[in-house]
Ligand binder design. Structure first.
Ligand code: SF4
Length: 370
């Protein structure tokens, strides 16, 4: 396998005791003695109608979530031990997601526009989803390689230093999004995922732009996927409580960004309100109520060690101690960063060492994956 040559750390990382302990269920799915959560969800029968009110569907979703988490503790080893049913917890969640699209509240921008009627909010994505690429990614964190990565168009952030602007921003000037991306429905998305599984992916990695505007399509695609493969959410994590409830039980692994240690820096560079409050709320939820298998990506920004990096590390050590952090030094002054002199350079090696030493002092696990 070529990835063993390109990234030998993708094998050696599993010799680390903490990685094996913290990512035990994920490893179990790779080794096929644990079952991916979405397959379990498909075995939980659910009676509802698409014409039911949002309130009733939300009550049902919460009941099925409790049932799901009880079943998960049984720790069965193949999903064939339980029968998949056609109307299930997963299809319920997709139905509710489509209802939310009529007044979109997928992210905390809460544009509340009707995407079913092809209206567009901040992310500029209507009801259809677009994929710019899908491939085996060898550049992700060592435990994730080879990662079946699917890049969606559309982002709900507006970062002045966007590191991915060719995917996230550049298309906005084009008349037709189909010039730069492929339109996908749920079935097509599942075909892309299956293709990545056949090529050797050990997870399906939903990223962008951001996957948040595409929750409905991603949930729909899980109806078509059949493989016992980890589902991974790779996102800025600016989800609402309601949209996080749609996906929390179906994702096996989480790869959230944690960029800013306060609301003010987020407002200045990403145009986002209440960033720190929203992200910490969501991180706490996936740590305590979701799979809890999490790699946080912290992109160290120049001149933002005291206001961002250190508060983030202190929060992680205290509130979400089971996660692992990737302390990233790749920040480049891309896109409009030159307009902000304080971030118009790469972080220095001294800044990186300060952040790394601070993480070590707090006993945060970061070295095996950074
Ligand atoms: S997903 Fe897009 S349309 Fe929906 S609330 Fe967020 S930015 Fe607005």
């Amino acid at each position: 396998m070529v990835y063993r040559i390109l990234r030998p750390d993708s094998l050696s990382v599993w010799q680390n005791d903490e990685i094996r302990k913290r990512f035990g269920r994920y490893r179990g799915i790779i080794d096929n003695h644990q079952v991916a959560r979405y397959l379990v969800a498909k075995t939980i029968a659910c009676e509802y109608s698409p014409s039911d009110s949002i309130e009733n569907l939300e009550i049902l979703l919460s009941q099925r979530s409790k049932e799901f988490n009880e079943i998960l503790t049984q720790n069965f080893q193949t999903h064939q031990e339980r029968e998949i049913v056609s109307k299930n917890y997963l299809t319920l969640s997709e139905t509710l997601a489509i209802k939310y699209l009529e007044e979109c509240i997928f992210c905390e921008r809460q544009c509340r526009i009707n995407r079913i009627d092809n209206e567009k909010g901040y992310c500029l994505i209507s009801k259809d989803s677009y994929v710019s690429s899908a491939f085996l990614h060898m550049g992700e964190e060592a435990p994730l390689i080879p990662s079946g990565t699917i890049f969606f168009q559309g982002c709900n952030f507006g970062c002045v230093f966007c590191q991915n602007y060719d995917i996230s921003q550049a298309w906005k000037g084009k008349k037709n999004i189909e010039e730069v991306a492929q339109k996908v429905d749920s079935k097509k998305l599942a075909e892309l995922a299956d293709n990545l599984v056949n090529k050797g992916a050990i997870n399906i990695n939903y990223v962008g732009g951001d996957p948040i505007p595409n929750i409905h399509t991603i949930l729909g695609n899980l109806n078509y996927q059949r493989s016992n493969i980890t589902q991974l959410w790779n996102s800025n994590f600016f989800l609402t409580t309601k949209s996080l409830s749609l996906i929390i039980d179906f994702m096996d692994f989480w790869l959230p960004d944690f960029k800013y240690g306060n609301n003010e820096c987020a407002k200045k560079y990403s145009g986002i309100d209440n960033y720190y409050d929203v992200i910490t709320r969501n991180l706490k939820k996936i740590h305590d109520e979701g799979s809890g298998e999490i790699i946080i990506r912290h992109l160290v920004m120049p001149n933002h060690i005291e206001c961002c990096s250190k508060p983030i590390l202190e929060y992680v050590a205290k509130e979400i101690p089971n996660c692992v952090i990737n302390i990233m030094g790749q920040f480049r002054p891309e896109y409009h960063a030159a307009d902000y002199t304080e971030i118009n350079r790469r972080p220095t090696s001294k800044e990186m060492k300060t952040v790394q030493d601070f993480a070590s002092k707090l006993n945060i696990i970061w070295k095996p994956i950074s």
